[in-house]
Design a protein around this ligand. Structure first.
Ligand SMILES: Cc1cc2nc3c(=O)[nH]c(=O)nc-3n(C[C@H](O)[C@H](O)[C@H](O)COP(=O)(O)OP(=O)(O)OC[C@H]3O[C@@H](n4cnc5c(N)ncnc54)[C@H](O)[C@@H]3O)c2cc1C
Length: 442
């Protein structure tokens, strides 16, 4: 039997510290059989059941006062299929460990988000994505799942086996069942060349489509109160070209000192003295430099985020990227907000997953952040949401937003398809919590 903690004072909190819960029971299964047993115990006790990943969602996607299942002991690589370049792993493995294991096997994920701290199942369940106009989010790289249903049955799904369940289950907020293993489609391990350049915002906006199409993975950060953008262009290193990794001292200075320690200090000053933020932001952008380097794909895609923040991110149709960015800028100016965190802009290829924020359309993502503990973040996020929601905007399921099922239904063309699968998979609402009730309906 897996470890079971019945201690009602065991509380859970997420990375940002803005979500907290005290579950009646915490289960720590080590394999699928133990997940089945945990689920049966919860159902017998009349408890709702939620799974926790690495707690990196800003929304209340995890909290429950019923049974909380911690799958992080289910972190093993189960199988590598070299012929098809696929790997099957237990659902609680972290992306960091997945990337490491894949690299050892000569494989890599085609695309990743900014960090690698999430669990594999937690990341896909909210639609975690990176950037690239020819690349989908992490869930599009999944080709098979094993799940435990509300009835305690173990089912597998893929494009061939139970295709309706597979379509829905890749991004399902834990509302369809407990994912116990994930099969990912990989590619042969590759090296990325990263080019980071400081550019005038106007030039970036004028050439958005060009930058997105000339680069496999393009994104930029705009620093509010300035005209400056930091543009990141990541491309596979052509065969035969020599790698040029960063010197360790430079990497440490840029990634730890500038991006984390110094930036954290600036955010802290800005939180205590908001009127200083515009001048501080201008200083920060003057410190930014351009650099080009190469590295294993997963190390270039991801970085460590030690400065804690809260975030909202909206997907809009690609054609609306410029309008959406202008709207955010107007909100900051009109509301007199002082924002020390940059606005991050990324792109993604449309996909066929019902609850994907890129479902059925090529999309751009615009993310707004506030340093943790900054009063007024909600005013910022709500004002941005008011502008972006009418642009066919869809909020990231794992990042803060204020929408609910009634108006989200109209934003997703395949909403009913997802709900039909949900009615079959969880008719009694075993996997409900307040957030799922709010965004997907009770
Ligand atoms: C610093 C930081 C950087 C980030 N960068 C990005 C980024 O670049 N791109 C992006 O898109 N997002 C990003 N995010 C958001 C993050 O990727 C998502 O919120 C992701 O879902 C978190 O994964 P997790 O493992 O922490 O899952 P949790 O937040 O713990 O859980 C997420 C959801 O998955 C469910 N779940 C977890 N495991 C299972 C399972 N086995 N079966 C069924 N349901 C399950 C949970 O119940 C919950 O509903 C970032 C977040 C932070 C804090």
């Amino acid at each position: 039997m897996g470890a079971r903690a019945g201690n009602a004072t065991t509380s859970w909190r997420n990375w940002a510290g803005n979500q907290i819960c005290t579950p009646a029971v915490v289960e720590r299964p080590r394999d699928t059989e133990e997940v089945v047993a945990a689920l049966k115990r919860a159902v017998a006790a009349g408890q709702h059941l939620r799974v926790q990943g690495a707690g990196h969602s800003f929304t209340a996607a995890v909290p429950t006062d019923g049974c909380l299942v911690d799958l992080r002991a289910m972190n093993r690589l189960l199988e590598v299929d070299h012929r098809h370049r696929r790997a099957t792993v237990q659902a609680g493995m972290s992306l960091r460990e997945l990337n490491r294991q894949l690299w050892l096997a000569g494989l890599a994920m085609s695309n990743l988000g900014d960090i690698d701290a999430q669990t594999v199942a937690g990341a896909i369940s909210t639609g975690t994505h990176g950037t690239g106009e020819n690349f989908g989010g992490l869930a599009t790289q999944v080709v098979g799942l094993e799940m435990v249903t509300a009835e305690g049955a173990v089912v597998r799904c893929s494009a061939q086996e139970r295709p309706e369940l597979f379509a829905a289950a890749r991004i399902a907020l834990g509302a369809l069942g407990v994912i116990t293993s994930v099969t990912v489609q990989c590619e042969t391990a590759f090296v990325l060349r990263a080019r980071e350049a400081v550019m005038p915002l106007g030039d970036v906006v004028a050439d958005l489509d060009g930058l997105a199409s000339r680069n496999e993975h393009f994104e930029f950060y705009w620093f509010p109160h300035t005209e400056t953008a930091l543009v990141k262009q990541n491309n596979r290193l052509p065969p035969g070209e020599a790698p040029a990794p960063l010197k360790p001292a430079r990497a440490f200075f840029d990634d730890e000192v500038l991006a984390n320690a110094a930036f954290g200090a600036v955010c802290e000053i800005g939180r205590r003295a908001p009127p200083l933020v515009p001048a501080l932001s201008r200083r920060v952008t003057r410190l930014l430099g351009s650099r080009t380097y190469t590295g294993p794909s997963y190390r270039v895609f991801t970085s460590r985020r030690r400065v804690r923040f809260v975030e909202m991110e909206y997907s809009v149709p690609r054609a609306a990227t410029g309008d959406a960015l202008r709207a955010i800028r107007t909100v900051i100016e009109r509301e007199g907000l002082r924002v020390s965190f940059p606005v991050e802009v990324r792109v993604a290829k449309g996909d066929d997953i019902p609850l994907s924020t890129a479902s059925g359309r090529d999309s751009a993502y615009l993310a707004v952040h506030m340093y943790r503990g900054t009063p007024g973040y909600e005013r910022y996020f709500r004002a941005v949401e008011r502008e972006l929601a009418p642009m066919e905007g869809r909020p990231h399921w794992g990042k803060l937003h204020y929408r609910s099922a009634a108006d989200l239904a109209g934003a997703y063309r395949r909403w009913d398809e997802f709900q039909a699968v949900r009615r079959t998979m969880d008719p009694a609402g075993v996997f409900l919590n307040d957030y799922v009730r709010r965004v997907l309906g009770g």
